[in-house]
Design a protein around this ligand. Structure first.
Ligand code: FAD
Ligand code: NAP
Length: 534
């Protein structure tokens, strides 16, 4: 006889920073819950991405939870930008400290979520055969959690090892004495390349599109800096949350166009920001991602820096991007460009001749064979929608989310989807998510959702569902805002173009912090744009 389904108030899918905090909030509100996580432990991104050099691009004092003053006081960060092992230790500490492991079943992938309109209940099924009935289904599945490995012909014939940065072996990889090939020059590759180059006998970098990278200027975190921030952490967080993308506090943005500044003053400004390191570099002028001429001033500066760093002018030219700077999430590095001065590193331009074939002994490009012992795919993710669409999610009338999003994702605020009552997406498409310090965005979404379900309970409301008009208006707004910027000008994963067949739609919302006001206003107006049913 079939086991009756377990019944809970909420199912949470994913035990990264979003799922953990969601579990903490719902537990605090007295909701019963069941979490599922495909990995064997908590941490999400920081559980999966263990490649050499994996590190945060947001400063440690900002990339951490702020919901608990005790937590933020007791945790000691050791570096300006935390490395993956430290962030994973932090996630584990949070789960231990707030007793969150008990809410999750690990090594369990949710495969299906179906809404029953008569009962107002979601039925969630897993690959381990579990079935749970829940009033709310909360997707904390991550924006960058489905690794994208292109279907290179002949991949299965390769005699050596193939790795993806986003699915790195837990025991690590010893590259010493090995001929390594890495495909891709995005953020992951830019962090991994300098580290692998120091270890491998030879590293060949296969580059389709060069990327701008800004020095992180990472180093040990000055204890005085940490102490000073902790002395006024809530105020620091408040200032941080008012910055564009909740990124940085010390960077000052002037209300002027880069092109209008005196060229010498502008150069001094770029030089100073380059010296500080990190995202501050692109925060000096308000029009850098709006006006192509202004953008060129920053891009030219970085190209000059590449030419200074790389001794071989032909290699420097190949490493120099010509697209808009900032239309992809900027990469932060430690010695990336300088790595190409090493004798054991070769750059191969595959912009005109793609990887033809993977052979038993290596890789073939434009008729030239490269002998390799290992291949690292630093080829990114099926971002923002990929993970959600890998789950068979069915709302009203049995309509699938995949079908609804066939021409691109449609959400209201990146939080709710019309036709899918009581389904919430944390940092869903249509929210600022990947354009921000994601810890801040995650906490904002979790708090909004927790407040919302608390409100529904106290008001005796059975379902909340985004209305079609509100969703249409929001999708149009997300597109309009993107269209006023330079973001859509390059082939980024923000547009889905890195995955063959994915519709070209700008998925995140450009507008943090105004977005927070909008969410607060929606809630204050009785969840305007959502239909609430008693
Ligand atoms: P995730 O951490 O992705 O967690 C989602 C979890 O859901 C995963 O563990 C996954 O296994 C699980 N899951 C998905 N589908 C299912 C399913 N069907 N069933 C069960 N479980 C499922 N952001 C920043 O702001 N700053 C950074 O410096 C930064 N660096 C990054 C570096 C890398 C290499 C990557 C890939 C991303 C980075 N990000 C960064 C973005 C990062 O994803 C977020 O900061 C944050 O960690 C996301 O947390 P999350 O809980 O929303 O999602
Ligand atoms: P990515 O930015 O999408 O980069 C993927 C790289 O692989 C690109 O260079 C891409 O080239 C290349 N590529 C993809 N398919 C290819 C193919 N078929 N043939 C050849 N080359 C191919 O992925 P990512 O580097 O993993 O980064 C994803 C996001 O994760 C980042 O933007 C960032 O948000 C986050 N991240 C952050 C950090 C950090 O600093 N904390 C580190 C890693 C990741 P094209 O550009 O030509 O498509």
């Amino acid at each position: 006889m079939a086991q009756p389904a377990q019944r809970v108030d909420a199912v949470i899918v994913g035990a990264g920073f979003a799922g953990l905090y969601m579990a903490h909030r719902l537990d605090g509100l007295g909701f019963s819950l069941q979490g599922f996580e495909a990995g064997s432990a908590v941490g999400g991104t920081w559980y999966w991405n263990r490649y050499p050099g994996a590190r945060c691009d947001v400063e440690s004092m900002e990339y951490s939870y702020q919901f608990s003053e005790e937590l933020q006081q007791e945790w000691e960060w050791t570096e300006r930008y935390a490395g993956q092992p430290e962030i994973l230790r932090y996630a584990t500490h949070v789960a231990d400290r707030f007793d969150l492991h008990r809410h999750f079943e690990f090594d369990t992938r949710v495969t299906e979520a179906v809404f029953d309109e008569d009962e107002d209940v979601w039925t969630i099924r897993t690959d381990t055969g579990r079935t749970v009935a829940a009033r709310f289904c909360i997707m904390a599945t991550g924006c960058l959690s489905s690794a994208n490995t292109p279907a290179f012909p002949g991949m299965e014939t390769f005699a050596g090892e193939v790795y993806h940065t986003g699915r790195w072996p837990h025991e690590g990889v010893d590259f010493s004495g090995k001929r390594v090939g890495i495909i891709g020059t995005g953020s992951s590759a830019i962090q991994a390349i300098p580290v692998i180059a120091r270890e491998a006998a030879h590293l060949t970098v296969f580059q389709r599109t060069p990327n701008y990278s800004i020095p992180a200027r990472n180093g040990p975190l000055d204890p005085d800096v940490q102490r000073a921030i902790k002395a006024e952490y809530p105020e620091f967080r408040a200032r941080n949350s008012l910055m564009p993308g909740a990124l940085g506090v010390q960077a000052t943005m002037r209300e002027m166009a880069a092109v209008d500044d005196d060229p010498d003053a502008r150069r001094r400004d770029y030089e100073e920001r380059w010296g500080i390191g990190g995202f501050a570099f692109l925060m000096g002028y308000e029009d850098l991602l709006i006006n192509p001429e202004s953008n060129d001033t920053a891009a030219d500066f970085v190209r000059e820096k590449i030419a200074e760093a790389v001794r071989n002018p032909d290699v420097a030219a190949l490493l120099s991007p010509h697209n808009v700077i900032g239309c992809k999430r900027p990469c932060l590095d430690t010695g990336y460009y300088e790595t190409f001065n090493r004798d054991n590193v070769t750059l191969v331009d595959i912009s005109n001749a793609p990887v033809e074939e993977i052979t038993p002994t290596g890789l073939l490009v434009d008729g030239v064979g490269y002998d390799l012992d290992c291949i690292v795919c630093a080829t990114g993710f099926d971002a923002m929608t990929g993970t959600l669409q890998r789950i068979d999610i069915r709302g009203r009338g049995g309509r699938s989310l995949k079908e609804k999003w066939a021409a691109g994702p449609r959400t209201y605020l990146g939080l709710g989807v019309a036709g899918f009552p009581n389904l919430f997406t944390i940092s869903g498409p249509g929210s600022p998510s990947v354009l921000t310090n994601m810890m801040v965005s995650i906490e904002q979404h979790v708090n909004w959702i927790a407040d919302c379900v608390g409100h529904l309970r106290s008001e005796g409301i059975a379902t909340i569902e985004a209305t079609e008009p509100a969703e249409d208006e929001w999708v149009a707004h997300v597109n309009d805002v993107a269209g006023e910027t330079l973001y859509p000008t390059c082939n980024s994963w923000y547009l889905g173009v890195n995955v063959p067949g994915k519709p070209r739609v700008f998925m995140p919302y450009i507008g943090y912090p105004p977005y927070v006001e909008k969410c607060d206003e929606v809630a204050a107006k009785g969840y305007e744009g959502f239909a609430l049913r008693a």
